[in-house]
Design a protein around this ligand. Structure first.
Ligand SMILES: NC(=O)c1ccc[n+]([C@@H]2O[C@H](COP(=O)([O-])OP(=O)(O)OC[C@H]3O[C@@H](n4cnc5c(N)ncnc54)[C@H](O)[C@@H]3O)[C@@H](O)[C@H]2O)c1
Length: 279
């Protein structure tokens, strides 16, 4: 997700600094951006010149200190509240009082992330959809402390990036994942109970409800680890047993079968598709 967000920002003319834990991960991120830009130029949706200029605007950095001069930070690390809170605490220290700190979280409380900082009025949820360069929506979520100014700046950025905005209250899973992920979880229950095969569940939902991708294929694309984390946030946050994660989903994650990015989830993927999962 981070690579996709960096890519669209750079394509629109913004200077971008990507941060990750190691030079290797940053190299992989740059590779996926190059590949995605190449695909867009081959399809004719982007000129070669724009793609080259975009690549020239992206720098990489392994230390969060490198974000000292950033106007806007969009955090997109794993869906883990403790890790995100930690990162927001550090970002709070290294960035200026004017920096907006946005999270691409799929489900975690923006109010909690804001409370980890000394400037919660500048913290907001900015939830891009996957794959970022192709999907039109950005879901914005205001925490208890988020100021109107931060919201307007974030909306302005989303629109500048060519996205449409849907606004959600700061509730577990916000709007999109409150609806989507329980559907995916239910598909896992159907698979676990033998109600149908993975292929039939996906075919049923594709052809029967006009979804471009069946829920199990979509889960592999999102990442089963991310889906499971979101179900846990819904279950804990809303306290209703209807949100309990399906044991089969938990078991696939325990096995390391986290979907397309790992080469195996509900389905098996070759190397080419694994790389595609990151673009
Ligand atoms: N996958 C999706 O379809 C999707 C869609 C919308 C939003 N999101 C959200 O975006 C975020 C990232 O999801 P993803 O699918 O890109 O996950 P991912 O596992 O592909 O990538 C996570 C990134 O976070 C980095 N990371 C992990 N721990 C870190 C740490 N302590 N410090 C710095 N970096 C760290 C990893 O190196 C990796 O680059 C999550 O919050 C997720 O819920 C995901």
């Amino acid at each position: 997700m981070g690579s996709g967000i960096a890519q669209i920002c750079a394509t629109k003319g913004l200077d971008v600094l990507i941060n990750d834990r190691s030079a290797d991960l940053l190299d992989r991120s740059m590779q996926s951006i190059r590949k995605s830009l190449q695909r867009l130029t081959q399809k004719g949706s982007l000129s070669k010149e724009t793609a080259d200029e975009a690549l020239g605007r992206i720098r990489t950095e392994t230390s969060l200190e490198g974000l000292r001069h950033a106007d806007f930070v969009i955090e997109a690390v794993v869906e883990d509240e403790a890790i995100k809170r930690n990162i927001f605490q550090t970002l709070d220290k290294v960035t200026s009082v004017h920096t907006i700190l946005a999270s691409n979280t799929s489900s975690i409380s923006i109010t909690k992330l804001g409370a980890a900082t000394s400037k919660p009025h500048r913290v907001i949820g900015m939830h891009f959809m996957n794959p970022v360069p192709l999907m039109k929506l950005v879901e914005l979520a205001r925490g208890q402390h988020t100021s109107g100014q931060t919201f307007e700046a974030c909306k302005g950025l989303a629109e500048f990036l060519g996205k449409d905005v849907a606004t959600s209250q700061d509730r577990p899973g916000f709007l999109v994942n409150r609806v989507l992920i329980p559907m995916i979880n239910e598909a896992f229950f159907c698979l676990m109970e033998g109600v149908g095969s993975a292929e039939d569940i996906d075919k049923g939902m594709r052809l029967g409800t006009n979804q471009p991708m069946g829920p199990l294929r979509l889960a592999d694309f999102i990442g089963l680890d991310t889906c499971l984390s979101i179900m846990k946030v819904l279950h804990n946050g809303l306290g209703d047993s209807k949100y309990r994660p399906c044991p089969l989903l938990q078991s696939y994650v325990d096995a390391g079968w986290v979907g397309q990015k790992a080469g195996k989830g509900v389905y098996q993927y070759d190397q080419e598709h694994q790389k595609d999962a990151r673009t």
